[in-house]
Write a protein that binds this ligand. Structure first.
Ligand code: GRF
Length: 204
């Protein structure tokens, strides 16, 4: 059984879908939900599902990313994760951290990578006049939002979309994609998953 730690910074909606899916014949179980933000709403939700939580507040470390990550590693190593899922985790991790966990760390990003690494992905897709957008699960390497893609879900961009309406459509697909990819990754499968909006889901 693989031990999975999930890192969050906010509401943790992706974390919740991962935790809720890790039951029964799923090859992984959640062993820790860790946030850099002591006020992250996801911490309480994780605790209510019986998952141990921890906080490593990045703010006292200021610009000393290495010191922050040393503390992060201390907490992570105590729980011995086989897999680390970044889920709405908003801190850039240094190559030192990434190499320490390389091959065992996943992230979900709200664009069809390699398009739109970084922030404000939905606004950029709309301004570029894209007719398609989506989300990507990738292995985390020392290239920000640049690791091997192991899952993508595509959604249409509608002419009257705002960044908010597109983000909501993409988030619904994130909640389908990430659990599906984690199940396969934990089982040792690496062939990428590509989803388009399921036929019955209304284009909301
Ligand atoms: C999501 O858009 C996800 O793609 C990005 O962070 C946002 C919030 O995620 N990584 P969550 O609701 O905190 O899981």
């Amino acid at each position: 059984m693989k031990r999975c730690a999930v890192l969050i910074s906010g509401g943790g909606s992706n974390m919740l879908t991962l935790v809720r899916d890790m039951t029964g014949d799923h090859p992984a179980r959640p062993v820790l939900v860790l946030s850099n933000n002591p006020d992250a709403g996801g911490l309480e939700k994780a605790a209510s599902l019986g998952v141990p939580t921890a906080v490593v507040d990045h703010r006292p470390f200021g610009k000393d990313r290495e010191a922050f990550e040393n503390k992060l590693n201390e907490v992570l190593e105590a729980t011995k994760p086989d897999i680390i899922c970044l889920a709405g985790f908003m801190r850039v991790l240094t190559p030192v951290f990434v190499n320490r966990w390389s091959g065992r760390i996943l992230n979900i990003h709200p664009s069809l990578l390699p398009k739109y690494p970084g922030l404000a992905t939905h606004k950029r897709a709309i301004e570029a006049g894209d007719t398609e957008a989506g989300c990507t699960v990738h292995e985390v390497t020392d290239v920000l939002d640049g690791g091997p893609v192991i899952g993508q879900a595509k959604v249409p961009v509608l002419s009257d979309d705002t960044p908010e309406s597109l983000a909501a459509r993409v988030l619904t697909q994130e909640h389908r994609l990430y659990p599906m990819v984690l199940r396969r990754f934990a089982a040792g499968e690496r062939a990428p998953v590509v989803l388009s909006m399921d036929a019955e889901s209304p284009i909301n």
